[in-house]
Design a protein around this ligand. Sequence first.
Ligand code: ZN
Length: 188
Amino acid sequence: MPIRPICITGNPVLHTKALEVTVFDENLQQLVLDMFETMDEAPGVGLAAPQVGVNLRVFVYDWDAEDSSPQRGVVINPTLELSEIPDGPADLDAESEGCLSIPGERFPLRRADRAILRGVDLDRAPVHIEATGWFARIFQHEFDHLNGILYADRLEEIHKAECQKIVVERGWGKDGLSWLPGEEHLEG
Ligand code: ZN
């Protein structure tokens, strides 16, 4: 089962704080392999374990910044240190992000410009990445998933209302919905 179904907003696993990883075994290795494949197929620039229904503090990312080499990896039990989040409304063009658990939609959201990610990889070797811009945004988005927070939860009221309307229209916002990357249609 390399490509796993991605949970859609409303599935309780997306709205629950994930647990620390304590067992580094082949199940964890398989999970991470599957998460990379699922992220690539979706396609996405990040994927957190709760999005594939696993309540653990793990995420993968793949960010091809124009001004630096591609960054791809996994982080387990991460911490995230952020610069201040700027005041004011988010910019529709420059700050719109999306989420594979609210598929096909994008809304603008203010994020910190700098983030320091720390954690471990599958070999329990330390991970320490200093990111800026969109790379920092990906870390904030995925880290939120591990705390049961979707970016929709952080939107300004006007965008939050718009997003909620779409969730209702699509029949999302309830348990048991997912979609499988590679298939044309969303499935329940
Ligand atoms: Zn997401």
